[in-house]
Write a protein that binds this ligand. Sequence first.
Ligand code: SF4
Ligand code: SF4
Ligand code: SF4
Length: 288
Amino acid sequence: MPSLRTIRITVASIFLSASVAYLFFETGSVPAVQISERVQIIPSALAVSIGATAFWLVATFFFGRIYCSLVCPVGIIQDSATWLRRRLSRIPMLRKRRNPLDGRPLFAPFRYRKAGKWRGLILLFYVVCLLLGFTGIAALFEPWNIMRLASESVHPAPTTTPTRGLLFASNLLLGAVIGFEILIIIWIWALVAGRKFCTEVCPIGTVLGHVTERGIWQIEFDPDRCVGCLRCEEICKSECIKVVSRYVNNSKCVRCFDCIRVCDDDAIRFTPSRHRPATPLLRRKAGT
Ligand code: SF4
Ligand code: SF4
Ligand code: SF4
C-alpha cells in the first residue's frame, strides 16, 4: 500500500499541474482544470459560495492542514525549494556556507522553533484590509491571488474596453513585478528556511493552524518507541517537532508526512489524538 507521503505528493502534483494550466495557459473552460480554483478557500469565500471553505474547515478539524499539503499551489511550490535544499545540503562546499542573518549554516538541518508571534497580527491586518475593501493589499498575502497576479504577466485579463492596451500593460507590470517577485521571494525563503511563509505569514495557514490545534487526527510521538535520533526534527520544514520534549506543534504542521518516512522506529505517527503531552513529566508540568 502506498505511504501517506506518496499519496500526498501524487495528489499535490495533480493539483499544482491543474492550477498552473488554469492560471497560465487559459484552460479555464476544461472542467477538470477548473476544479483547481473551485477548491481554493479564498476564491470560494469571495464568490460567496462557502462550500469549499466549509469543506476545508471540517477537513482541517479532522485531519489538520491537508489543504496546505494537497491543493495550495504556493505551498507545493515551496516544497520544491525544500527538496532542493536537502540536495544542496549534501554538497560539502555549500554545507559550510553561513546565513548572514543569523550566522547559522545556510542549509543546516531544521530545528524546532516556537510559532511566530507576528502571525496573529498579520491575520488581523489581512482581515481589516478585506473589511475596508483594500483587497489589493490583502491579495499580496493570499496564495491563490499571488499565483493569479503572477499569471497575469503571461496572459493579462482580457477586456473589450478602448483602454485594452493600457490595461494589458498595467496588468503585465503588476503581474511581472509584484506577483512573480512575491513568488520568487517566498521560494527563496523556503530554500533557506523551509515553510516559513506558511507558519509565520500566511493568514489562511494561521486560521487552519488554530483549527488543527483542536482537531482530531494529529502527528504524535510514541515515547516508548522513540530513540531520540532527531531525524524527524531535522527534516521538518515547518520546524514544529521538538524531540527532546516528544512534542509536535500541530498548528504549524503542513501534513507533509516527511517525519513519518524518516523514522525507522515507527515512533511518530498520524493518529487520532489524545490531546495530552507525550511523557509523564510533561503531563505533570501541564497539570493534565
Ligand atoms: S499556509 Fe498558506 S501558503 Fe502555505 S500552504 Fe497553507 S494556504 Fe498555502
Ligand atoms: S525519527 Fe523516530 S526515533 Fe528518531 S527522534 Fe524522531 S520519532 Fe524518535
Ligand atoms: S511534523 Fe511531520 S508532517 Fe508535519 S510538517 Fe513536520 S515533517 Fe511534515
